[in-house]
Design a protein around this ligand. Structure first.
Ligand code: NAD
Length: 289
């Protein structure tokens, strides 16, 4: 079997077109969705991510502003800026690009963002809402994966879903979202014993580890849907996912590529959350759920 390649770029473009309609409806009411991006230091990968997010925003009618800090900036300076952005009615979404320099306490910075503007969904209140099954902002990468699965018509109810990785920004929210759709979910991590034995039972396998091509063909159930969240820079400068794409493609029924799979969805969901935040602030109902 050669798997169908799930085209994240095309699905993200379709979603951005829907978001653009919502953004235009807001504009017609005199509200331009605003996203503030905070970047501390000069990590080249972070800079690329920030640029992609601003571009996607501009294409969709979201105004983004970049708030840059030197790598040795004080935590208090970042917190002060967040307080100002929380109070600014023209800013509907606030994003702090991670990772932050080690001196700055990430959890303090994230907790300082007003939950109603936390479009990355990392604030403890939004993460708690996700656990409890209440409405809130959902982290963009796992939300993007769910969107891909829905658009591809991948069945989840009653199926075995295995998530490799348990980070707060990908693995854990991913597991909760799959559970919400009635999948039977297993979360694997660095201490999991006999990982291939677990992953071979997955109808839907999500890899979110950060180790190039660690998911090999013998770890995949024939006919599974495989979603590769990993982004790994190889020594030659090219990008690879966590999945051995060429080999797994011969076993799976469908698979996301890297690049062009989950990455574009993450950016689209960020913009969607920003437009949603603006709509809520304006008391307006959106067409895109
Ligand atoms: P992380 O380092 O916080 O978490 C990695 C997880 O992998 C940990 O929970 C760890 O227990 C697990 N792990 C490590 N070694 C393992 C092993 N040998 N077997 C099983 N599990 C193991 O990383 P993260 O922030 O969750 O990101 C994961 C990957 O996803 C990275 O490559 C990151 O760049 C990528 N990512 C992509 C997007 C996107 O938009 N596509 C967004 C966020 C993260």
């Amino acid at each position: 079997m050669t798997a169908k390649i799930i085209d994240g770029k095309a699905i993200a473009a379709a979603l951005r077109a829907e978001i653009k309609r919502d953004a235009q409806a807001l504009l017609a009411r005199g509200v331009q969705p605003g996203l503030a991006v905070i970047l501390v230091g000069d990590d080249p990968a972070s800079r690329i991510y920030v640029r992609n997010k601003s571009r996607a925003g501009a294409d969709t009618g979201v105004r983004s502003t970049l708030h840059e800090f030197a790598a040795d900036a004080a935590e208090s300076a970042v917190l002060e800026r967040i307080a100002n952005l929380n109070a600014d009615p023209g800013v509907h979404g606030i994003l702090v690009q991670l990772p932050l320099p080690a001196r700055i306490r990430t959890e303090r910075v994230i907790a300082a963002i007003a939950p109603a503007k936390d479009v990355d969904g990392f604030h403890p209140l939004n993460l708690g809402a996700l656990v409890a099954g209440h409405a809130g902002f959902v982290p963009c990468t796992p939300a993007g994966v769910m969107h891909l699965l829905a658009r591809e018509g991948v069945p989840l109810a009653g199926r075995n879903a295995v998530v490799i990785g348990r980070s707060n920004i990908v693995g854990k929210p991913m597991a909760l979202l799959l559970l919400r759709e009635n999948a039977t979910v297993t979360v694997c991590h660095s201490k999991t014993a006999d990982l291939p034995d677990v992953t071979r039972r997955a109808d839907v396998l999500i890899a979110a580890v950060g180790r190039a091509r660690m998911v090999t063909a013998n770890m995949v159930k024939p006919g599974a849907c495989v979603v590769d969240v990993g982004i790994n820079r190889l020594p030659d400068g090219s990008l690879a996912g966590d999945v051995d794409f060429a080999a797994v493609r011969e076993v799976a029924a469908s698979i996301t590529p890297v690049p062009g799979g989950v990455g574009p969805m993450t950016v689209a969901l960020l913009i969607a959350n920003t437009v949603r935040a603006a709509a809520r602030a304006a008391g307006m109902k959106l067409e895109t759920p």
